[in-house]
Ligand binder design. Structure first.
Ligand SMILES: [Zn+2]
Ligand SMILES: [Zn+2]
Length: 421
């Protein structure tokens, strides 16, 4: 039996990869303009990094990680999210000793989560993300949100809006958690099983539950923004002012808490109104304690992550045209060994001048070569047979118009450019 890819793992085939390359190009150009440099971290890390960084009580750590013991008897994990590894690298390479803030991005990194595969959210999926270390001001949070807006606008997405919330800090979180527990206390038996375990360890996570009954119970729950300390409160006010200055439309949504333990203060999603429910194009927030959690000194930080598979599906659903695989401009049909050598020479003359040219590699008949040229949508076909070789005049067919001309071999560039433009 032929082998297949693992469940939840997907190939990106040549006719799809042009779309990926297109969004990647835009992402790289934007990051360069905003001063973010690329970081590439290993896909495999010590399991402990995610236990400490992502948090013991999250679904990711409890249920979804690809964790195994390697031959050296170490527990290792395939990265389930992008930020913890970047924070680990920040600490390991003493980046805090250099100029702050440190602005980094990662692009197309594979993430692994053992969960039920859904469209755009496979067991292996890829992310683009941005992290800024050493910037405590709300302007840094606004810069991350603005970068998402600019990216989406360049991709042609309309009706964008940021949903923002503040979930406080270790200073004000305990009082909020107590208020939330008190609110939920009488309904404890009606929560789903997972939320009942969250109640003691991490009640904030209950607000994030997808179960309808939990959502219903949480409807009138106390809001984190009503329980913020002075520092968190003024940070959130500053964020709103920055977004106003940058003309970024936003809504304060107290139900956004994000599924990861490391967030503090700002959490946000960017949504597009043309998408309906489940419309977040990305999520992010501030994680002022993560660097300390993974062994560094106290270091404010903020960032976001965006799934590339989901982004491409979303763009296509919106009817946004993405580039397809590039087809050859010119196909050179030849018959006989001498003509084939000449075809190869011409193809390289064209290629060296930036024109995508193909010639026969399988010894097809003239007829079959024309059929092939049609199949690959070549704009022009050059024909070299014995009589053409003898005369030094080659035929050139315009496949769009169906017209035919001839040219001298040393004039091939001009002749082709006349057709392909
Ligand atoms: Zn606070
Ligand atoms: Zn629940």
């Amino acid at each position: 039996m032929a082998l297949q890819a693992l469940k939840g793992m997907k190939d990106v085939l040549p006719n799809e990869s042009a779309k990926w390359q297109y969004v990647e190009r835009i992402m790289r150009a934007l990051c360069a303009k905003h001063g973010f440099c690329e970081i590439r971290t290993p896909v495999l890390e010590h399991t402990e990094l995610f236990l400490r960084g992502v948090g013991n009580t999250t679904d990711i750590v409890q249920k979804e990680m690809y964790t195994f013991t390697d031959k050296g008897d170490r527990s290792v994990t395939l990265r389930p999210e992008g930020t913890a590894g970047v924070a680990r690298a920040f600490v390991e390479h003493r980046m805090a000793d250099g100029a702050l803030p440190v602005k980094m991005y990662y692009l197309n990194v594979p993430l692994f989560r053992y969960e039920r595969p859904q469209a755009g959210r496979l067991r292996e999926h890829h992310q683009f993300g941005v992290e800024m270390f050493g910037a405590k001001n709300a302007a840094a949070d606004a810069e991350c949100i603005a970068l998402v807006f600019e990216l989406m606008q360049e991709l042609g997405v309309k009706g964008l809006r940021a949903n923002i919330n503040s979930i406080g800090c270790p200073e004000c979180r305990p009082a909020y958690s107590a208020a939330l527990r008190e609110y939920l206390h009488d309904n404890l038996d009606n929560l789903c099983e997972t939320c009942r375990t969250r109640y003691e360890q991490n009640p904030l996570r209950i607000l994030d539950c997808k179960e309808a009954k939990c959502k219903e119970i949480c409807k009138n729950a106390p809001k984190t923004i009503d329980c913020l300390c002075d520092d968190c409160k003024s940070h959130f006010e500053n964020l709103k002012s920055c977004l106003d200055v940058l003309s970024i439309p936003y809504t304060v949504n107290p139900m956004i808490v994000r599924g990861l333990d490391y967030y503090t203060k700002t959490v946000f999603e960017v949504v597009s109104e043309s998408l309906g429910a489940q419309s977040a194009v990305c999520g992010g927030g501030r994680y002022d304690n993560l660097v300390e959690e993974v062994g560094g000194s106290s270091m404010p930080a903020v960032g976001f992550g965006m799934g590339i598979e989901r982004l491409i599906i979303m763009l296509e659903n919106m009817g946004i045209h993405l580039p397809e695989q590039k087809m050859p401009d010119v196909y050179i049909a030849s018959m006989g060994d001498a003509a084939q050598t000449e075809a190869m020479k011409l193809a390289y003359t064209l290629r060296n001048n930036g024109i995508y040219a193909e010639f026969d590699h399988v010894g097809r008949s003239f007829k079959a070569q024309f059929k092939y040229a049609d199949k690959i949508s070549a704009k022009a076909v050059i024909v070299i047979g014995e009589s053409e070789l003898e005369s030094g005049e080659y035929k050139l067919k315009d496949m769009m118009l169906g017209s035919e001309t001839s040219f001298r071999a040393d004039d091939v560039l001009n002749a082709v450019k006349n057709i392909i433009g």
